[in-house]
Design a protein around this ligand. Sequence first.
Ligand SMILES: N[C@@H](CCC(=O)N[C@@H](CS)C(=O)NCC(=O)O)C(=O)O
Length: 277
Amino acid sequence: MAIPDADIYPEATGAAKALVERHQAEQPLKLYAGWFCPFVQRVWLALEEKQIPYQYIEVNPYHKQPSFLALNPRGLVPTIAVPDPSTNTSKPLYESSVILEYLEEAYPDHPPLLPTDPYLRARCRIWNDFVTSRIIPALHRFLQYQPSTRGIEGLHQARQEFLSTLKEWSREIHPTGPYFLGEEFTLPDVVLAPWAFRLWVFDEYKGGLGIPGPGEGGEDEEVWGKWRKWLAAVQGRRSSKETTSETEHYLPIYKRYADDLAESWLARATREGRGVP
Ligand SMILES: N[C@@H](CCC(=O)N[C@@H](CS)C(=O)NCC(=O)O)C(=O)O
């Protein structure tokens, strides 16, 4: 039976709709996507930045169709299907972080999203893991926190804990930026960007996020300055604009999280104090 979360707007809108329409033709690489999903947006950004041909297939992951579960037993988007020359069929891959690494390795002749230096590559992986294992869980603890039952103090604490993860990541941004590693847009930017684009949800539902404005950061002025420069640069990219739908259609989805009613894996993992799926 479909959970209430399944009741989402059925397709991408705005700039993302146009991009989806340009990617309907059959291609060896298929992206099974949900237009609203930040994990999907990671992979979608990478495909666009790397200029890899792909076919976009919209899936509602809250209606777990058997044909989709056959590709990904976890029933999550993003899932991709890649050509299998040995059998002339295709084979699936899932988990956004794994797919991003796969695209780097499988398409070496396309624009890279990881530097060549092994040390820098390893450093990217540390901070990518930090996004998935620290920033996203902290974001969801804040988003799903219910002051009416658990008290307003806890909300302030959840906000501060989330802000401190963003600050820790931002400290690592290249001193002059604008991107994480400097002038090149790379995987650390891709991995965090979809959540950075959705921070308006806190203004909408949680009384604001509280990232200091220019000149208001006190002893953290420099680090928040790097954050602001990073966010503006990432938001300004064509790939970011074209993989983002109209805000009004994200609203009901995030309202369910903000009211702690969502029943996705991630929402339940957050509620039960487990890690990110
Ligand atoms: N760890 C996964 C998470 C993917 C994920 O949670 N996707 C959500 C949509 S944003 C989903 O498919 N949810 C369906 C569900 O929770 O049942 C990844 O990195 O790809």
